[in-house]
Ligand binder design. Sequence first.
Ligand code: NAG
Ligand code: NAG
Ligand code: NAG
Length: 286
Amino acid sequence: MVEFNFAHVMGCRFFLFFVATGDIELSKEINESFKQSSQARTKLPSGIEMSVHVLTTGYWPTYPPMDVRLPHELNVYQDIFKEFYLSKYSGRRLMWQNSLGHCVLKAEFPKGKKELAVSLFQTVDLMQFNDAERLSLGYIKDSTGIEDKELRRTLQSLACGKVRVLQKFPKGRDVDDGDTFTFNDSFTAPLYRIKVNAIQMKETVEENTSTTERVFQDRQYQVDAAIVRIMKTRKVLSHTLLITELFQQLKFPIKPADLKKRIESLIDREYLERDKNNPQIYNYLA
Ligand SMILES: *[C@@H]1O[C@H](CO)[C@@H](O)[C@H](O)[C@H]1NC(C)=O
Ligand SMILES: *[C@@H]1O[C@H](CO)[C@@H](O)[C@H](O)[C@H]1NC(C)=O
Ligand SMILES: *[C@@H]1O[C@H](CO)[C@@H](O)[C@H](O)[C@H]1NC(C)=O
């Protein structure tokens, strides 16, 4: 029998939310200091790139928390990070936002190895197949704990979309009660790295709005974090120089007017102030 394998998780990006008001976490710094920490060096299984975005709930739209039972391998990573994080900032209420997580998996198909860029939910589904050849919808639901509608959509993305790494029985575009799944052992693709879109076919208008909203909120957060990061280093900076640095740092297109709005918002929230003698200059407020 050919050995199929979705087991090798190469990297994961997790999202950790904490409930707090007022302070912007410098996600990047926390991520970096985690890498240097004794927890990461001594406890983290080697060979995985782990990255965690730590976000304040106040900055993000509240997503409905979505349940998922992570396989032991992934749970370990989250636990180690949480231990590290709470040792730095004690007493915070933390919440993993697993519906936003992403992973890269190495998968071995009979026709070749591939790297799959998938969501954390897709990862959890695929990892079920490391120990079994054929699984029913009901079984996957029990073992992953993913909510019914979300699970069906995830399986649909893996078995009925453009990239079909799973095979569904019987064939069809929708996932129905009683359906079963196996690996697609004839899977091939021209590229080595493949992204399997999470929401493939049935993105409703409502979902589309919230995706757009999510991207917008994400960017807003990234802009705020970049402004604070730059100002924390520079302490004092003119408007023009700040905008120039932001354009260098931000990886997505953004209008100067939108940057200005974020600066105003940070002034309102007292991260920055306008210099009393020159309104074109900002001071960082620690
Ligand atoms: C966190 O660190 C990892 C490993 O160095 C890196 O690949 C990732 O991009 C970083 N993530 C963030 C959010 O800074
Ligand atoms: C398995 O993958 C191949 C190529 O990647 C695809 O053509 C085929 O339709 C897939 N099989 C099923 C049953 O989805
Ligand atoms: C989702 O929204 C984007 C931006 O508003 C739009 O371009 C796209 O056509 C929409 N897609 C669907 C499926 O409604």
